[in-house]
Ligand binder design. Structure first.
Ligand SMILES: N[C@@H](CCC(=O)N[C@@H](CS)C(=O)NCC(=O)O)C(=O)O
Length: 222
């Protein structure tokens, strides 16, 4: 059965879900919703996600929102062992690092993206962006230290534990901000770029480094 995904491709939260579907080789169709496409405040959409946010998926009788929960759901439902480690220690690490990336890194990337790239200059909070830049450098050291000892966030295999951090780091790398030394994270990001699924779901969408880029990309990424 074909899965439906509602969400614009230039949303990092939508990209996580598309990347998981590509890794799992699950057929899906996608509807452009959110951002300049709108539709996320329509009654039909709010009936699926009362938060009015993308992504939302429908898989038969399951309709759900929250990108990380969707990724874990797909990982458990399709092609056992491909995205969800079968071994309990690896599963624990995949869970841990997915949560860690969401709680610690995602808000910083979001602040940097909003205040250095996507907002009109008069709406930018430069102090917030400067603080996020410094915090990101600290947070990334933690992940870099883990990857100094492990190939992947789950340990020795790629898993859903790499998906949140991968989509976020890819976006962060294009934001104009000072990057800390993070050789192991960069090596890991290189390895992600060898994955067809990452290329199709994440890299295929152009990244914005300034407002003009963003306005162009928003129109182009249908
Ligand atoms: N916690 C939610 C957050 C979803 C979210 O914030 N989605 C943003 C896009 S990244 C959104 O729908 N914004 C409104 C819009 O695109 O119009 C998730 O992970 O799915």
């Amino acid at each position: 059965m074909m899965i439906t995904v509602w969400g614009r491709r230039n949303s990092v939260n939508v990209q996580k879900v598309l990347w998981a579907l590509e890794e799992l080789d699950v057929p899906y169709r996608r509807e452009n919703v959110g951002g300049s496409f709108g539709g996320n405040q329509d009654g039909d959409f709010l009936a699926m996600n009362p938060m009015g946010l993308v992504p939302v998926i429908r898989d038969g009788d399951v309709t759900m929102f929250e990108s990380n929960a969707i990724v874990r759901y797909l990982a458990a439902r399709f092609r056992a062992g491909v995205l969800r480690p079968a071994e309990h220690k690896s599963l624990a690490m995949a869970e841990q690092w997915m949560e860690w990336a969401q709680v610690n890194f995602a808000p910083l990337v979001s602040t940097l993206f909003v205040h250095r790239v996507r907002s009109l200059p008069e709406n930018r909070n430069t102090a917030a962006a400067d603080a996020a830049e410094k915090q990101a450098a600290q947070v990334l050291k933690v992940a870099d230290a883990w990857l100094a000892r492990h190939d992947w966030f789950a340990g020795h295999e790629f898993s859903f534990g790499d998906i949140v951090m991968g989509a976020l780091l890819w976006r962060y790398m294009a934001v104009p901000c000072e990057k800390p030394p993070m050789p192991h994270l960069l090596e890991w990001l290189e390895a992600l770029q060898d994955r067809e699924a990452f290329r199709r779901a994440v890299m295929a969408v152009p990244r914005a480094k300034d407002l003009a880029d963003w306005q162009r990309i928003e129109k182009e990424t249908a």
